[in-house]
Design a protein around this ligand. Structure first.
Ligand code: SF4
Length: 369
């Protein structure tokens, strides 16, 4: 059994009918429960629940402090390449877009590593577009071997791998995987992934589970908010995280909440997700899964990111560039999307401290023995 069987249970679920019948007493009853089930979670994503965000925020804050303390882990993305063979209608790296393509040499990777590690960061997330030809697993493995000299935790956000390939990168030094399903609705998935290997919905959906089986230490999943009705996508993201957490209790599971950002090329079919909606998703997720990690990226603006700190966030990026070679190189590529919060690592550190939270630069290290 895989998460696909869970997805099928809800594929034709009458979400709107369920959400229309929620009352304020349902919301209060759920906020006061110790443990909530998936229907309670969906209830907290309703229109009615939007009126009770303050009450949800108090509970979310309490659960987050109880499970994570007042800490925020910092990391930064390092783009290795923007070559991509897919045609995702919502992304600037789409093979159809005539952008400046670049792949870092191993010397350039070392330069990027030096520039990032000089900021004090010890956790890094390496990203590529999805091209097995330009960035094969052997390239990722060699890159990781260089990065290991500078960082204690290396996560990857690349094309989905087979289980034995996940084992291979883990052996090289990778301990984290970020992979977004982008959109859980299978029909919309098929529509927005116009061509390329990414069209294979189930291969991508099962990637986090293959990584769990390969014994990846931490896994971050998510939906790209804006591709479908956010209530359905947030619900399925939560179910996916719960499925993984229940089945692989030794793996740290996190959820990211990225919203579509402007990028090269035009994508018009956007389902709006307001700041308030984003907050509601985060609070509902925290009440549903108290131990889940929650990441908010620099896609969001400074004010919103700062206000979200006490509400459930456990991990955030800083000093971000979405260009290949963006941290050190003079010849950068085009970026994947525009970032909104451009603060440096020092500025983020200060912002976190000013909220009474501890910025964490390192919470794990690999010991070779
Ligand atoms: S979303 Fe990923 S796979 Fe799709 S075009 Fe962008 S980089 Fe390529």
């Amino acid at each position: 059994m895989s998460f696909y069987s869970e997805y099928l249970k809800y594929k034709n679920f009458q979400f709107n009918k369920f959400l229309e019948n929620i009352t304020s007493s349902d919301i209060f009853r759920i906020i006061n429960k110790d443990k909530i089930d998936e229907y309670d979670f969906l209830t907290l994503l309703s229109n009615e629940a939007e009126k009770y965000l303050e009450e949800m925020a108090q509970k979310a804050h309490q659960l987050t402090v109880q499970n994570f303390g007042k800490t925020i882990l910092l990391y930064t993305p390092l783009y290795l390449s923007n070559f991509c063979v897919n045609r995702c209608s919502y992304c600037g790296f789409n093979i159809e877009n005539k952008i400046k393509r670049k792949k870092l040499t191993f010397e350039e990777i070392e330069e990027e590593a030096k520039a990032i590690s000089s900021t004090g960061l010890r956790h890094v997330l390496i990203l590529t577009g999805e091209s097995r030809k330009e960035t094969p697993v052997s390239y990722i493995v060699d890159a990781v071997k260089i990065l290991k000299k500078y960082f204690d935790s290396i996560s990857i956000e690349i094309y989905p791998l087979k289980e034995d390939e996940y084992r291979e990168v883990i052996k090289a030094g990778v301990d984290g995987l970020t992979i977004y399903q982008e959109v859980y609705d299978e029909d919309i998935y098929d529509k927005v992934h116009i061509a390329g290997p990414k069209k294979n919905y189930r291969f991508r959906l099962n990637a986090p589970e293959r990584a769990c089986k390969a014994r990846m230490r931490n896994i971050s999943i998510g939906a790209l908010l804006g591709l479908n009705d956010w209530r359905k996508e947030a619900f399925l993201t939560g179910l996916h995280a719960k499925y993984l957490q229940d089945k692989y209790s030794d793996v740290e599971i996190s959820v990211s909440l990225p919203r579509i950002r402007p990028h090269i090329g035009v994508y018009e079919d956007i389902y709006p997700v307001s700041d308030k909606n984003l907050v509601q998703i985060m609070l509902a997720l925290r009440l549903f899964l108290p131990r889940i990690g929650i990441t908010i990226s620099t896609r969001e603006n400074q004010k919103l990111r700062d206000n979200l700190i006490p509400l459930g966030v456990t991990k955030t990026s800083a000093g971000v560039s979405t260009e290949v070679g963006g941290h050190s190189s003079k010849t950068k590529s085009d970026s994947q999307f525009e970032i909104s919060d451009k603060r440096s690592v020092i500025e983020m550190k200060k912002a976190i401290l000013s909220r009474g939270y501890q910025p964490v630069f390192k919470d794990w290290m690999q010991i070779d023995y």
